[in-house]
Write a protein that binds this ligand. Sequence first.
Ligand SMILES: [Zn+2]
Length: 486
Amino acid sequence: MLVIRNISALYPCDRRDEAPVLGAWIEIESGRIKAVGKEPYPGADAHRSVDARGKVALPGLINMHHHFFQSLTRVIPTGMFAHAIEWLRAMYPLWQEIDAQALHAACQLTAAELLLTGTTTSIDHAYLYPAGQHDLMDTEIAAVKPLGLRIHAIRGSAPRLEGTIEHDLAADPRLAAISLVEDDDDIVAACERALEQHHETGPDSRVRIGLGPTQIPYRNPGLVRRLQALAEHTGCDRHTHLTPVPADLELCLQLNGCRPTEHLRRIGWLAPRSVLAHCTRHTAEDIASIAGTGGAVVHCPSQNIRLGTPVGPIPEMVRAGVPVAIGVDGAASNDGGGILTEMRLALLMHRLAGTHDDYGPEQWLKPQDILWMVTRGAAEILGRPELGHIASGKAADIVLVNLKQVGYAGGLHDPLACILMSADTAMVDTAIVGGDIVVEGGELRTASAARIIDDANRESARLIRQSEARTGIPFNSLAPRLAEMI
Ligand SMILES: [Zn+2]
C-alpha cells in the first residue's frame, strides 16, 4: 500500500465547484484509490508513503489531442510563419522520412514530456504512415508502454491530404515521390489489426485503440462507413480533425447538402466516444449539430494561436452542453506538450475583447471549469469513469504540483487559480499512474530522460538530413550541427 500524506490542497473533482480539501491523505492499493481523508491519517505508519506537504494534488490530467510523431519536428523554421495548409505543405517532406527508429524516439519523448507535465492519460491521433509503413502503431505502443503513460492510440489515417496539397506535391518534381496517403483496404486492415493486438478493454487498461482519419474524406463515404462500422462493432474511440477549409466546406455542402458537422451527425459518426479536434470555425448551427449527440470537441489553444486560426466558440459550446476537452496537439504546431499551459490559455484566451458575443466577466470560464475539462469531463468522453477523479475505487492516477516555487509565492489564496493563472512552470513534482510513481521530484523514474533527449535530437537531425538529401529543399535548420555539439 502507498499513502500520500500531508497534501496541502486536494482537488478530488467530486463536484465542479468544490473547494480544496486542506491537509489530506490518499491511500492507494493495487492500482486503485482505497480511501481519501483529512489528516491526521488514521492508518499505521509502516506503509510506504509520499510526503506531499507544500503540494497540490489533482487527478491525473487527460490530454485529448496529440500527434506523437510530430515531436521530432518542433520549431521547424520553414513552417514557423504559416497558416495550417502552408504549414502542412512545409512539414510533409520532413514527415515522409519518419520510420520506426524515428517514431520510437518521438513516442518516448512525447510520453516523457506528457508525464513530466502532469498528463497521465493521452490520446495520440496517429494518422501518418509514410511509404507504406502501415504497422507503425506497433512501434508506438512498444515505445510508450514502459514509460507508464495510459494511451488512447487512435489508428488514424490520411486517405487524402488537405486542401490542394496533394496536387501541389505531385506538381513539384522534388516532392512527387512523397507517399503519405493510404488506400481504404490498408487503412481498415491496419485498424482491425491494431484493435486485435493492442486494445485493452478492462477498467485498468493502459492501452486503448481508436480510429479516425485526419479529416473526413467527403468524396469517399465508403471508407467513413467502414470505419464507423468497425468503431460501432468494437465500441472504440472515434477521432478526427474538423476545421474544414472553405473548399472542403463547399464540397460537403455540394455532396451532402449540409455543413460538415451536420453531415457527421446525420451519418451517425457523432456519438459517445467520438471526438472532433479544434472546431475553430464552428457556427451556432454547427454547435446545434453536435449538442446532444454524445460527440465531443477538443480545444487546443496553443495550436490556434501558433497557426493563426480563428478563436473557436468554446464558451458557446460549453453553454450549449457540448462536452469540451483540452488537448496540446502535435509538437509541430504547439510546440510544447504541457497540458497545464493549455489549461492556462483555455482559461484566459476567450476573455480577449472581440472574440465572443455575450461573454462578460460573469460568464468567463473558471479554473474549476478548466480542471473539469481535463479530468472528469475528459474521462466521461472516453467512457472511463475510473479516471479523472480522486475517490475510493477510482484509478490511482494522481499528480502533485509543488506550490513552493517562486512563481506561485503570494498566491496561496486560491491554489488552483494560482497554478493555472500564475503558471510559473508547466512541470509537475509527482505523477502516479495506476499506483505506480512514474515522476518523482520532477524527474522521470521509468526511463532515462537524458537518453530520450539524445535519441530525439539525433533522430530529428537525421530527418532533416534525409529530407534535404531527397528533395533538395533546405529547412534552414541548425539541428544537424547542434545535435553533435550538445
Ligand atoms: Zn491535430
